[in-house]
Design a protein around this ligand. Structure first.
Ligand code: GLC
Ligand code: CA
Length: 562
């Protein structure tokens, strides 16, 4: 196994629009991030993954780029970006940018050219097809945000493909010139001193077949995932991308990927693969139903959650690493996903923190997670800004759900749950901005905010800080960062437990996932109590062994054991 500088890194994701507004226009920006670098430094993170800040018409908050070489005006300037990189670097923090290269904005000059005529030199930078005989879209593929993945263009009487919104046309990776332009751009950014990239929606760059697939919804369409994710040949493209760009720099890359099984997933991550890390979503998507009805709540239990977590650990074991996470900007808040409303409290929040942060892998903490931010419930659909939420809303209405049912889905799954402005204090607009924020705040900012967290030694913030310190600067660092992961109590319906082991040294994490006392029986000799979310508790009750021990509601302990 080759040692990499990032093996013990902790990564913090920033969604710039919602993080901190420095010029009081209601929109977070780069200077706002610079102002908060000391805060992040205090938390102890190593790297920031910055969701896109490139020039964009912002149909999908920057995941629709119209100029890869410019910064969106609302976020600041190229000088601000350079200053962010430099100021972060002074604090030992690296910046990872978000590489959105499956598609561009329909306002990108390439697409404006491409749609002009069939023989425009940029025509082939995108994917254009003839209509079916009946004039309809070339295939029955459903875009990820709902509706057909094809949009008809009057000008040339052909359809173009968009895996996401119609304002996000897919780039044609079969075109060599296009690929070269992308590689040039990636290197241009890497030369500015980036620490790495998070690579967006990369499963979709390879297309093949262009055939109708089995209908899997009342809309008569078929999920594009089935038709065009991870097509044969995708690895050749990705290996070329790596060879032409990433491999010439000391950086870390993490890709957003979906594949059918562990073996497939492994092909994308590791030293000999296109990316260092991949996000594997099976544990965060366990509340989603299959196919077009994915938004329907799916029943799950703790045993299944553990199975999924353990599978991920198995998939990225040995010389691979897992990207470990509960949250990101596309997911609702973890507290609401894994806990019932009435169960969310200081103990359960810390329990979730420890369970994920002590696994083997590179932890990603999403902004606000470190202070226990939770989902929001806007009464009116118009208060939601996310285009995917509106797509989902329309799709569900069409499928025959009534408004109330659909709002339940929105409350549970809208991406805006994690995009409400960062809660810095109980001041006006949570200290995020002096102007009205672009997206409404979660009203719970009065109680849940950074200022409160920093005042209280027992806060969620300091618990995260402690977990980070254990990984960065503690006698257990090696075991936590690199030790083997061995699941315990796999069929226990209430508890999560695992061992971490390196060179004969062992740590044991035991967590009560339930809001009741649960007995734990594990025959290990306890040598030391390293961490607990019940700091006031008297651990003499452990009596050196963990037999017949009653764990309090959500009690979580990290022990050194023999
Ligand atoms: C990824 C991003 C998501 C975006 C989509 C299209 O899934 O995480 O936010 O909407 O790609 O770029
Ligand atoms: Ca601003």
């Amino acid at each position: 196994m080759t040692e990499k500088w990032w093996y013990d890194s902790v990564i913090y994701q920033i969604y710039p629009k919602s993080f901190n507004d420095s010029n009081n226009d209601g929109i977070g920006d780069l200077r706002g991030i610079i102002e908060k670098l000391d805060y992040l430094n205090r938390l102890g993170i190593d790297l920031i993954w910055l969701s896109p800040v490139f020039s964009s018409p912002m149909k999908d908050n920057g995941y629709d780029i119209d100029d890869y070489y410019a910064i969106a005006e609302q976020f600041g300037s190229m000088e601000d970006m350079e200053e962010l990189i430099a100021e972060a670097d002074k604090r030992g923090i690296g910046i990872m940018m978000d590489l959105v290269i499956n598609h561009s904005s329909d306002q990108h000059r390439w697409f404006k050219e491409s749609r002009k005529s069939k023989n425009n030199p940029k025509r082939d930078y995108y994917i254009w097809k003839e209509p079916k005989a009946d004039g309809g879209p070339p295939t029955n593929w459903r875009s990820i945000f709902g509706g057909s993945a094809w949009t008809y263009d009057q000008q040339t009487e052909q359809y173009y493909l968009h895996t996401f919104a119609e304002e996000q046309p897919d780039l044609n990776w079969e075109n060599k010139k296009l690929r070269q332009e992308l590689y040039q751009m990636v290197n241009w950014w890497l030369d500015k001193g980036l620490a790495g990239f998070r690579v967006d929606a990369i499963s979709y760059i390879k297309k093949s077949g262009f055939k109708d697939q089995k209908v899997n919804g009342p809309d008569g369409l078929s999920s594009i995932f089935e038709a065009s994710a991870n097509q044969p040949g995708i690895l050749d493209l990705l290996n070329e991308l790596k060879a032409e760009t990433f491999s010439n720099y000391q950086i870390v890359t993490v890709a957003e990927l979906y594949a059918e099984d562990n073996k497939r997933m492994q092909e994308f991550a590791g030293d000999d693969a296109p990316f260092d890390l991949v996000f594997d979503f099976r544990h965060v998507d366990l509340d989603l139903s299959e196919g077009s009805e994915w938004f329907k709540a799916r029943d799950w239990d703790l045993i299944e959650l553990k199975e999924r977590l353990n599978e991920i650990q198995k998939t990225y074991a040995d010389d691979r690493r897992a990207a470990i996470f509960w949250e990101n900007h596309d997911q609702p808040r973890s507290l609401n996903k894994y806990l019932n409303e009435a169960e969310i409290n200081d103990y359960s929040i810390k329990m979730l923190a420890a369970v994920f942060m002590l696994q083997r892998g590179i932890p990603f903490i999403y902004q606000g997670q470190e202070i226990g931010m939770s989902n929001v419930k806007f009464e009116n659909i118009d208060d939601y800004q996310d285009l995917a939420t509106h797509g989902l809303y329309q799709e569900a209405l069409k499928a025959g759900y009534d408004k109330e049912e659909v709002m339940e889905v929105v409350w549970r799954r809208s991406r805006d749950n994690s995009r409400t402005p960062m809660q810095w204090s109980d001041a006006e607009n949570a200290g995020f901005s002096k102007a009205e924020p672009w997206l409404k705040l979660n009203p719970n900012y009065q109680e849940i905010n950074v200022e409160e967290n920093l005042k209280d030694d027992n806060s969620v913030f300091y618990f995260y800080k402690e977990l980070i310190k254990l990984r960065k600067n503690s006698p257990y660092q090696e075991i936590i960062v690199d030790g083997k992961y061995q699941p315990l109590l796999e069929s226990d319906p209430n508890l999560i437990a695992y061992l971490r082991e390196k060179e004969g040294e062992r740590l044991l994490l035991a967590a009560n996932f339930k809001n009741k006392e649960v007995e734990i029986n594990l025959d290990y000799q306890v040598e030391e109590i390293i961490l607990s979310n019940y700091p006031e508790f008297d651990y003499r009750a452990l009596k050196a062994k963990m037999l017949d021990y009653q764990l309090s509601p959500f009690e979580t302990i990290l022990l050194k054991v023999k």
